[in-house]
Design a protein around this ligand. Sequence first.
Ligand code: PPS
Length: 568
Amino acid sequence: MLPQPHAPVPELYVSYESAAKLKIEAGDLPSWDLTARQVCDLELLMNGGFNPLKGFLSEEDYDSVVETMRLKDGSLWPMPITLDVSEKFADGINEGQDIALRDPEGVILAILSVTDKWVPNKAREAEKVFGADDAAHPAVNYLHNVAGPVYLGGPITGIQQPVHYDYRARRDTPNELRAFFRKMGWRRVVAFQTRNPLHRAHQELTFRAAKEAQANLLIHPVVGMTKPGDIDHFTRVRCYEAVLDKYPAATTHLSLLNLAMRMAGPREAVWHGLIRKNHGCTHFIVGRDHAGPGKNSAGEDFYGPYDAQDLFKEHADEIGIEMLDFKHMVYVQERAEYQPIDEVEKDATVLNISGTELRRRLQEGLEIPEWFSFPEVVEELRRTKPPRSKQGFTVFFTGLSGSGKSTIANALMVKLMEMGGRPVTLLDGDIVRKNLSSELGFSKEHRDLNIRRIGYVASEITKNGGIAICAPIAPYTATRRAVREDIESFGAFVEVHVATSLEECERRDRKGLYKLAREGKIKEFTGISDPYEAPTQAELVVDTEGQEVDFCAQQVILKLEQMGLIAA
Ligand code: PPS
């Protein structure tokens, strides 16, 4: 049965008067500063987007969702919505206590009445929810390396919505959308979920879907959190706005959804369906590889291209929204139109540009044909993503102390400055420790903080079109990966492993530190009494043994040329 599109969905907010009072009282409660992902989750909990959830999952609901995709009362819910916190914070919280939930600026958004506190089995969560405990999956990586170790659960009392200063007029709560549909007399609405700009294939697919369902169309892109490396939502919204007039105005609506995606393929499709039902839609488009996370660490796809459609089909009645499943859309040259791949005639010429190929063409400033996208969209993409040779980038050297990182980094800096065109900044390990991280030692926690600071500065330089050269030891894979993710949304991240062996570094012992470390006079010394996790997927590996510094720096320059980052 289709949902009643216009009946309001329950929200978790208290009245305006109570909110003002609660906010003052909540000032005395212990408070948790929400992460970016938690702010997204909280917003959809409070505004009914995650109906029937009434708060962050209790332990029992969590176990049930992980194992069976259902809450303990039996309702279908595929995604664990949990409040992960640090051990330190959890230690001070007891079940039965209220805590204030604050946004990053310290504004109290809600109160959580804690009913449950537990340490989750993250490996099981990864296996069951995402299909594999493989950190190549962005949500598994998040689970292990970003999310806190303890979960708190309990009902939420909503005080106020998170504030958005961007595209306010294009954001709607589920009930606002329902009211809009009612006002417009839209009884059948097909939702299109996306985290990419709309190209011609998407337009064809959405047209077909609306026609097939005899419904109006809601373009409902995610602007909360998507896959690391995706095009930022500001650019995407400008792209959506640029093509809105290609749709009949009276039949199509664009609304932004502040969802934090998990890229969980099949489970995510079911979740997206439930969310769209809550927003008053009656139909939902599921295409090829819905919410796909890309390849696993063995280079294979995490899910089959149509697994999401299969799982959705199994639960369609319960989700309460009708799926419109589509095969991959391709351009058929002879017909000069897009068709689902299974409808294409045998000898027809099929044209297709993959996401990777599109990125390459943008990066290299190559032509993007009109059959693929709209000139307005291409222009917008080119504006934010100039060719690589004009973008900022980061070269990140990593290696043992005394491996030669700083020497090569200095030589590289001078060579790049000689070429000119972009400002170059060197963030050498020792310089950073003097200027940015003087209070830090060498524990894992401090090293991570040090690298995250370097990553932050490098990402700002990269975003603003400069070249950042970093040369810390950076001994931990997960931290280097986090820095890579921060930077790759703005430009290239070139990891260079200076793979000089420990024996050689110790033999050189340029600063006399290895001797002191061996004597136990320096503790936690990388390679001697502290770990170094060598990169396995660095863009370049250089070995300084028997090589001139100049030759090593030249290898980096060649790599940069090969990647299109500097003009040949
Ligand atoms: S880290 O792990 O990335 O935060 O280290 P980094 O900021 O690059 O700092 C490394 C430099 O500090 C000196 N030093 C030590 N290194 C490793 N372990 C211990 N315990 C330690 N104590 C001091 C050392 O000279 C490193 O400089 P480089 O340039 O790497 O030789």
